[in-house]
Ligand binder design. Structure first.
Ligand SMILES: [Zn+2]
Ligand SMILES: [Zn+2]
Length: 267
């Protein structure tokens, strides 16, 4: 179905609009064979809590960004290749309903749709795109390990590793880039290189460090690790910390283009 949209003018126009809406804050999204499959607002679990984010599902990548002006202007663009994406439904919990995890070696996080129907639609479309992509490329899903889904800051008043250190303005939270837990700086003093997540070594907790360092092929991997203790503080470059107001309405339903175009004129 999606293939029919590949060369359509409507598809090209839509992709151009998305690119324009990100302006200079985003990469070029126009690519041969790329189709915009659907778009909509999802609530994303970030470090500081849930935030509305605009998502664009293409047939090869999932793109999302912060909403500056609804439907017009976005920034902080993220592009996740779909071929290593897996989805896992998340049970409803309080106000957090209709959620699922989007996991990949590059980035993993939880999103929530406005309704159960929208959740089903999003998950089905994303899964279909992943499968089509793997079929087309004749590949199986790679065995790269998924990056962890981060535990939100609020869920930890104390270090989840030593259980002693209490977080304050000065005693900052850090996330282990292997298991996603929130830990104090002492408990995340070790770093490890995860090439899919960053070109620089990232903080990991002492438990994960022990696991990685004692793994059968650890000697090789350790040699590949850059020295720890660099100035680079990966947490401060984190994309989740932003001050975009949390007031964008999540009432708009997502749009999936191929469903609307059953043989009709593509608009
Ligand atoms: Zn600790
Ligand atoms: Zn860990």
């Amino acid at each position: 179905m999606v293939d029919r949209l590949v060369n359509s003018e409507a598809n090209a126009r839509r992709i151009n609009l998305v690119e324009q809406a990100f302006g200079t804050s985003g990469q070029s999204l126009v690519q041969t064979g790329r189709v915009l499959v659907g778009e909509g607002v999802l609530t994303k679990m970030c470090r500081k809590g849930t935030k509305p984010r605009q998502f664009f599902l293409f047939n090869d990548v999932l793109v999302y960004g912060n909403i500056v002006i609804a439907k017009k202007k976005y920034n902080k663009q993220h592009i996740i290749p779909l071929e290593d994406v897996t989805l896992t439904p998340v049970d409803d919990e309080g106000n957090l309903r209709n959620g699922w995890q989007i996991k990949s070696p590059f980035k993993s996080f939880t999103v929530y749709a406005a309704t159960a129907t929208e959740k089903t639609e999003w998950m089905a479309h994303i899964n279909k795109c992943v499968q089509d992509l793997l079929t087309k490329r004749g590949k199986a899903k790679s065995d790269m390990e998924d990056s962890p889904v981060w535990v939100p800051d609020k869920q930890a008043t104390h270090c989840m590793h030593c259980k002693k250190s209490e977080f304050t303005v000065l005693n900052r939270r850090h996330h282990c880039r292997k298991c996603g837990m929130v830990a104090c700086s002492n408990c995340t003093s070790k770093k490890w290189l995860f090439p899919q997540q960053s070109s620089k070594p990232l903080r990991i907790c002492l438990t994960c460090y022990d696991q990685l360092a004692n793994a059968p092929n650890a000697e090789q991997e350790k040699a590949a690790q850059a020295p720890a203790g660099q100035n680079y503080d990966s947490d401060s470059s984190d994309d989740e910390d932003d001050d975009v107001p949390n007031d964008a309405e999540n009432s708009d339903q997502p749009t999936f283009y191929e469903n609307k175009n059953h043989g009709a004129t593509k608009t």
